[in-house]
Design a protein around this ligand. Sequence first.
Ligand SMILES: C[S@@+](CC[C@H](N)C(=O)[O-])C[C@H]1O[C@@H](n2cnc3c(N)ncnc32)[C@H](O)[C@@H]1O
Length: 420
Amino acid sequence: MKVSQQRLDINLNYTDNDFYHKLLPKIERTKSGDYNINIWDIPHSISKLSYLVHSDYRYYGKFPSVIAGQILKQFPPNDAEKDYILDNFCGSGTSLVEAKLRGINSIGLDISWISVLVSKVKTSSVNTEEIEIELENQLRYFEKEIFPFKNTPTDSFCTKWFSTEAAYGLSNIRNYLIAMKKGIERDFFIVAYLAIIRRVSLAYDGEVRPHINKSKKARNVIGAYSKKVKDMINNHRLFNQACPRHSSTTVLIGDNLNLKNIESINDKNIYLVISHPPYLNSFNYSPIYNLEFYWGKNFEEDYVPKNHRSLHKTELKAHPATDLIQKKYFDHLKECYKQTFFLQPKDGRLAIIIGDCSRNKKHIPVIDNLISIVKSIGYHLEDLNYRTTHYGLGKYAYSHRADYHGTDEIKKDAIIIFKK
Ligand SMILES: C[S@@+](CC[C@H](N)C(=O)[O-])C[C@H]1O[C@@H](n2cnc3c(N)ncnc32)[C@H](O)[C@@H]1O
C-alpha cells in the first residue's frame, strides 16, 4: 500500500468557490473485478479539513469532511430537485455540510439533540449581520453583570469539572440565552456556548472522554464565547458564499431503527445513504458529552419532543466490545440497513464508513462482518475503499482503534460502497 508519510500542506483560497476539491483524497485502485478495492489517502491536517462551518463545533468522532465530499463527487444526484441523501448517524452534520456545498438535498438523523442542533446550525444560511449586532448586545449585557450571577450551580458535578469563575461565566451566558427569542439566531448562540464548554472546563480539551487536567490554564469564558461566535460568523459568511444553489437540509432527532415510520424520510427519493456508525470498542457517545449535556439541560426540552425523552436509551452501544455488545452492535446495524434497503430505490447506493478494532489484543474484523451482513440484506458490494488518515494518531489516539495511517495490514478503516 503506497501511502504518503507526511501531512500535505497546501494553501487554500476560501473565496475560490470550489477550493475544497483540492483536498479530496488521492485514490489508487489496487484490485478490479466483481468489486473494486481502492486506497483513499487523506494527507491533510485536521485544521485544513475543518474548512468553513466544519470548524463550528468540535465533535469527537467525526470523519474527515473529504470522505463525504468524495462519496458525493462519485455519486451526484440525477435529479437535483427530487433526490436526497440520508445520513442516518449524522453526528455533527459533516456529510450534510458537504451536500449543501454541492447543492444536494439532504436529511440527517441522530439520537442526540446536541448533534441535531449543531447539524442544523451548520447547514443554515444565518444572517451574519444580525448575529454580529446581537453579539454586541450580549457583550454589553455581560459587562454589566456582576457577581454573584443568578442560577450558578454549586453541585458536586459542577465543582468537579468547572472552576467557580467558569461556572459564573457559563451561567451568565446561559441566563441570557434562556431569555432569548427562540429561532435559528438563538440556536446559533447556543451552539457557540456548547462549543466552549470543554475549553473552559477543568478537563483536557483533546481527550475524547473528559478527564481532569490538573495543569490546565484558566480561560476567560466570555472571551472564549465571543471569539467562538466571531469565528462562526466568519465560517458562515464564507459558507453562504460557497453554496452554489438552494438545496434542502432537514435534520431530525430519532432512532435509526425507526426510519420506516418517519414520514419526512420515507416520502423522499433517497438515492444515497452515507452512514458512519460509532466504531466498535471505541466509545459510546453520550458520556463523551456529559459536560455539554449538563450545561445544555435548560435547552434540551426545546429540541427533544416529549415522546422522545428516553431516546438516549436507544443509542447504539459500541464499548466495551464484550460478546453481548458485539452481538447487539451487529444486530442493530443489520436492522438499520434493512430499513435503508427498504427505503432506497433500485440502484440506490449505501456508503458505510467503519473500522476494524481489537479487544484484548484479539482482532475483530468489523469491516468483513459488516460486508457479509449487508450483502445478506440484498445490497451488492461495489467498492471497498481503505483509507489512510494522518490524524487520529498521537497521544489522544486509542491503541485498540483502527489505525489510520495505512501501515497496519490487518486492522483497517474503510468506506464500503454497496448498491441496491
Ligand atoms: C461516528 S458518529 C457520526 C459522526 C458524523 N459522521 C460526523 O462527522 O459528525 C455516530 C453518531 O451516531 C449517533 N447514534 C448512535 N446511536 C444511534 C441511533 N440508534 N440512531 C441514530 N443515531 C445514533 C451518535 O449520537 C453519534 O452522533
